[in-house]
Design a protein around this ligand. Structure first.
Ligand SMILES: [Zn+2]
Ligand SMILES: [Zn+2]
Length: 249
């Protein structure tokens, strides 16, 4: 499968980059994980949104979901026939209804275009790709995602501080796509709800991960310094994420 980074900025989209959005593709299946600020524009460079099989939202912070609004408008005014399967965390549908009631008199707002469903920690399958959310530890309910295809596995950290469930799910995976919002000289906001680059490296090393891909950079972070910090803990390959980068897994 291919993983394409649609955005690698944390909190807000920086110049020429979007927030979190990760497209996972096999020959016949397209799954979008997260749809943060700026993601929907870039997504359309890579794939026709009519061909998405599902969208999974890791948690309800705007840098991970807010472009669902743009996507909803695009589908509302396009030839899109079927509603798109959009999977969100527990209690998020009520939250989206509250949000949409402030945006528009149209009811239901999102459901015109989306089949909204709240996921649990089961495995979901779409064509030849399966995806399993698992709970991580952040300031709000947040889920990492384990994605499998043809005996290859990708784990996405979502936003999280270091936690046992992430470590448990990382065992022997091919690619670890990790946030590192606290790396590279980023300001440290307390309480800590994110990962340092060195922690991403330590998780990768102790779990025997083959490749570490760093993403969700703070705007002022020095990305090369992030690499150095991660490499102080991890001896395997480290890729510094950038918008448009595709990694074959
Ligand atoms: Zn975030
Ligand atoms: Zn967050």
């Amino acid at each position: 499968m291919d993983l394409t980074l649609l955005g690698t900025s944390g909190a807000y989209p920086t110049q020429g980059d979007a927030c979190s959005g990760y497209l996972v593709q096999s020959k016949h299946t397209n799954i979008l994980i997260d749809c943060g600020s700026g993601v929907f524009s870039y997504l359309q460079k890579i794939v026709d949104f009519n061909n998405l099989d599902a969208v999974f939202i890791s948690h309800m912070h705007p840098d991970h979901f807010i472009d669902l609004i743009a996507m909803r408008y695009a589908m509302r005014y396009s030839e899109f026939k079927d509603r798109l399967n959009v999977y969100v965390p527990k209690s998020a549908i009520r939250y989206l209804h509250q949000l949409s009631s402030s945006l528009s008199d149209t009811k239901p707002f999102f459901e015109q275009s989306f089949n909204l469903q709240e996921y649990d920690q089961r495995q979901y399958s779409f064509g030849d790709i399966s995806i399993q959310p698992f709970r991580v530890e952040h300031s709000v309910l947040s889920h990492g995602m384990k994605v499998s295809h043809d005996n290859k596995t990708l784990v996405y950290s979502s936003d999280t501080k270091i936690c046992d469930s992430l470590r448990h799910n990382l065992h022997n995976v091919d690619v670890f796509l990790s946030e590192n919002a606290l790396g590279g000289g980023a300001p440290i906001h307390k309480p800590i709800n994110h990962l340092f680059s060195s922690e991403a490296g330590e998780l990768a090393e102790s779990s025997n991960v083959k490749k570490l891909v760093l993403t969700h950079f703070w705007a002022t972070s020095d990305r090369e310094l992030c690499r150095q910090e991660a490499s102080s803990e991890f001896s395997g390959e480290i890729i510094i994420g950038e918008q448009g980068l595709t990694i074959s897994i």
